[in-house]
Design a protein around this ligand. Structure first.
Ligand code: SF4
Ligand code: SF4
Ligand code: SF4
Length: 375
């Protein structure tokens, strides 16, 4: 451990790198500091003001995302003073908009754990699509924050005039994570704060469908509340803990993005990127994130078809493979191997593409092998 770059966080000696903030040092050393606006690998803005910590010798609490670690600092991340400050800030946030889940409507102090866990989703799930998967809600429960005043909802109505994303401005806490995701992570530069920093807008405040948005959904993935949700989530309100998350590789192209498919009743209801793993580190394109209907589409071909006369007839895989092998053998014998060409696909894996070229060269005996990306 570098003895020149050490801070003590909650009694634990932590090494830090040059220009690293206290929040980053803590996270890297496995110490959680709550935040609603921090987004790794982007410039920190200190908007949510939840990540407050105490530094020995300092009168005021400081934002750990805005304070650079310095050798010898002694930091505490969880004291009654910090908890009170976080609670006050959370109370401002839940009172700032349409947060009509249990934190807004119920006296959560009178709720039992059972009620909170078992009853709340059924009562409130229809009200907010983020219910049970909302960082603001989690922190409000953790810090027992209550609304301090009735929220004045002045936000414009929900914008859902596109096939993929629903924007509910009344639930936006102006954390700016979507702005960072769009500008710094995806570099699409479609959304930003308006001049008074009271709303996240596209150029000229147009709906997403009329802007340069490419519907990558990065903003949806990082929104910590129910202000940005996928249309499917908005419509079907999948309850938390009722879906199974399965990790797999996106089938759309050869990049090999790592995804979680969220499955309920054997149907895919959502796709999210796997954070912190290459090649995509959580990011996806519109196809990978939203284009999953084909998997369970009733028109999807699931058995081979062989043309008989003018009709396509269903066949078994053995029948289809025999048929193709016979035809290819016949063509090769009659016209030579170069009469055959093999076209592969960006929708299959590198390994499958490798096998296809092996098949063309070693089995058929031709170099007529190409890929759809060059067509
Ligand atoms: S955004 Fe979060 S805090 Fe607000 S209503 Fe939805 S679940 Fe509750
Ligand atoms: S979907 Fe992608 S391009 Fe559109 S606003 Fe969100 S992050 Fe930007
Ligand atoms: S839409 Fe979501 S991510 Fe964007 S500023 Fe509002 S709360 Fe934050």
């Amino acid at each position: 451990m570098d003895t020149e770059n050490i801070i003590i966080i909650n009694g634990l000696k932590c090494s830090f790198s040059k220009n690293e903030t206290i929040l980053e040092t803590a996270l890297r050393n496995g110490i959680k500091i709550p935040s609603l606006c921090y987004l790794s690998n982007t410039v920190s803005t200190g908007k949510c003001k939840i990540c407050l910590v105490e530094i020995e010798g300092e009168d005021e609490l400081v934002l750990s995302c805005q304070t650079v670690s310095q050798h010898g600092m002694v930091v505490k991340t969880d004291t009654p003073r910090i908890a009170a400050a976080r609670r006050a800030r959370l109370e401002e946030l839940i009172s700032s908009g349409h947060h009509n889940c249990l934190v807004q409507e119920m006296d959560i102090n009178s709720w039992t754990d059972f009620q909170r866990d078992a009853m709340a989703p059924d009562i409130h799930r229809t009200l907010c699509p983020a219910y049970g998967e909302c960082r603001l809600q989690d922190l409000a429960i953790q810090y027992r924050a209550r609304p301090v005043k009735a929220a004045k909802i002045t936000a414009p109505p929900v914008e859902d005039v596109n096939p993929f994303i629903v924007r509910d401005f009344s639930r936006c806490i102006l954390c700016g994570r979507c702005v960072k995701a769009c500008n710094e992570v995806q570099v699409n530069r479609v959304i930003n704060f308006n001049e008074s920093e009271s709303k996240v807008i596209t150029k000229d405040d147009l709906p997403l469908k009329d802007s340069n948005c490419v519907f990558c959904g990065e903003c949806v993935q990082v929104c910590p509340v129910g202000a940005l949700v996928s249309k499917r989530d908005f419509e079907i309100h999948t309850k938390p803990n009722t879906t199974k998350k399965i990790r797999t590789t996106c089938s759309y192209c050869g990049v090999g993005c790592q995804i979680y498919i969220h499955v309920k009743d054997n149907q895919i209801v959502k796709v999210t990127g796997v954070d912190n793993f290459g090649p995509n580190r959580g990011s996806l394109c519109v196809k990978g994130r939203f284009g999953f209907d084909f998997v369970q589409h009733p028109a999807r071909l699931t058995t081979p078809l062989i043309r008989k006369g003018k009709k396509l007839k269903e066949a078994t895989w053995d029948e289809a493979i025999d048929y193709i092998a016979n035809k290819l053998g016949y063509l090769k014998d009659k016209y030579g191997p170069d009469s055959i060409g093999v076209l592969t696909s960006a929708r299959i894996t590198n390994e499958e593409n490798y096998l296809a070229q092996k098949f063309a060269r070693a089995v058929i005996g031709t170099n007529n092998i190409d890929h759809c990306a060059r067509l």
